[in-house]
Design a protein around this ligand. Structure first.
Ligand SMILES: Cc1ncc(COP(=O)(O)O)c(C=O)c1O
Length: 470
């Protein structure tokens, strides 16, 4: 009788071996090669349904649109899965809008966010009928021009920059404690409040645009739910000022952005300050409850009607994070005895493929896939191929590791593939989709030829040197 322990909804340990859905992770590593990212289709669908269910049930006043942040994973196949689940999309820039449209997202469920939008991007967005979330005064004139030229009416929203002064606790982004309010002030996104009042007046007088609502994304600063009532109060407080300035205008839609953590939250735990924080974030039900209740309360306190209001959320990491694992093979084990004991588990992957170990100080769970039930006896750095220190999981607690073992790094389905670089001319890993007991490529691994595919060497440089260099 096989011994089976569930790690979560898609990962389990069966007779000591890590499984993702019905597949043995070690077998996958050997079949597809490493390094690779493996995505669980079931988990992605479950997450999609959970976001829709948890927020939808708590916002009976109007509709809920879940616009998953495509930057977190822009593989077209994962996007099609979410499109089948009725999930929309937050996009940033022309590439992501392309991915959303190629990935089957209905334009009504696309929010084109981000700063520095080009005319070409606005043309595509206006023609597709996507919502456009403006980030500066200059963008209003540009979108008006494009819409007028194309004979379309553009649906726009303003991205706001409320002062989140009440958020005094430190953000998880930096080792040196910095209040969330300060981090939010430094973050460039959104229209400065001084500009937005005048901008609203202008927009409301333009037949080419329909100012449908507002947007604000502060991001994941801590995984605690306590910050949400203060975020939402700051946001709705600003909205009330705008309503008063704009002759009673009220939004039909409010977008609260993303920032929902991965359940087994790796963020910030690589920093000394947060290393002892529990790796378990509050449940999505708790977030949905706090967010919708705070929104309802804040709207009521500022005399807004919530009836018919479309609530939009943009989960990125929370949607994709725990649907993915990264697999690497151990190529060497190196031990230093003096002056200090140091052990390196050298793999064929890299922090260049898992960059949030640096950016977000992530501390991921690493599992030796065929020894998943063994006691941890070793502390070692799981390291990668590049010339950098390349610590993928510093001070990992592992069982006795051997050359040839496969190491799985959990919760890596969000952001890592999109952030991966070709440093040291490394070909980036591909992505495999697991569905039950089936697995298939959804993004092939790069080859060295791919890495150099954009290079152009002028003919004159290929000629042998005619003079001896000095
Ligand atoms: C506008 C916007 N929405 C949503 C997200 C997703 O954030 P998260 O992955 O923290 O949910 C981001 C990420 O930076 C963003 O910029």
């Amino acid at each position: 009788m096989a011994v089976q322990v569930a790690l979560d909804e898609c990962l389990s340990i069966r007779d000591g071996r890590l499984f993702i859905e019905e597949l043995d992770a070690d077998v996958l590593a050997r079949q597809f090669g490493t390094p690779i990212t493996v995505i669980s289709e079931d988990q992605l669908r479950r997450n999609a349904r959970r976001y829709r269910r948890e927020f939808g049930a708590r916002w009976p006043e109007g509709t809920v649109a879940v616009l998953a942040s495509i930057k977190a994973n822009f593989a077209l196949a994962t996007r099609w899965i979410l499109s089948q689940e009725g999930i929309g999309c937050d996009v940033f820039g022309g590439g992501e809008l392309y991915a959303a449209l190629q990935g089957g997202v209905p334009p009504d469920l696309i929010s084109v966010n981000g700063s520095i939008k080009s005319r070409a991007l606005l043309e595509t967005a206006v023609m597709a009928g996507a919502r456009i979330t403006l980030d500066s005064a200059a963008e209003l004139d540009l979108v008006r021009e494009v819409a007028g030229h194309r004979g379309r009416r553009a649906t726009i929203r303003f991205r706001l920059r409320p002062d989140f002064a009440a958020l005094t606790e430190p953000t998880d982004w930096y080792e040196e404690p910095m209040p969330i309010a300060e981090a939010a002030r430094l973050y460039k996104a959104g229209i400065p409040t001084d500009d937005v009042i005048e901008l609203g007046w202008r927009a409301l007088g333009m037949p080419e645009v329909d100012l449908a609502g507002v947007h604000a994304h502060i991001g994941r600063h801590t995984n605690r739910t306590e910050q949400w009532p203060r975020i939402i109060e700051a946001y709705v407080g600003l909205l009330a000022r705008l309503r008063d300035a704009w002759g009673g205008w009220a939004p039909r839609e409010i977008n609260l952005g993303g920032g929902y953590p991965v359940p087994r939250d790796p963020f910030g735990r690589g920093m000394a300050r947060l290393q002892h924080r529990s790796d378990h974030a509050p449940s999505l039900s708790e977030y949905a409850s706090v967010v919708t209740t705070s929104l309802r309360d804040a709207l009521g306190a500022h005399d807004f009607r919530a009836d018919g209001l479309r609530l939009e959320i943009e989960p990125g990491r929370g949607m994709y994070g725990d649907a993915g694992i990264h697999l690497a093979t151990v190529h060497n084990i190196k031990l230093q005895r003096t002056p200090r004991l140091q052990r390196w588990i050298e793999t064929d992957s890299s922090d260049m493929f898992l960059p949030d170990v640096v950016w977000e100080h992530n501390r991921w769970t690493a599992i030796v896939t065929t020894k998943a039930d063994r006691e941890a006896t070793t502390v070692a750095d799981v390291v990668g191929l590049t010339c950098q220190p390349d610590r993928i999981v510093p001070d990992a607690l592992l069982p006795d590791v051997a050359i040839g073992d496969t190491i799985a790094v959990l919760d890596t389905g969000a952001y890592q593939d999109g952030l991966a670089s070709n440093f040291n001319a490394l070909p980036r890993p591909g992505m495999v989709l697991v569905s039950g007991s089936g697995a298939e490529w959804i993004k092939r691994s790069e080859t060295i030829t791919d890495v150099f595919a954009r290079d152009l060497v002028p003919d004159r440089l290929r000629r042998p040197a005619t003079t001896t260099p000095r």
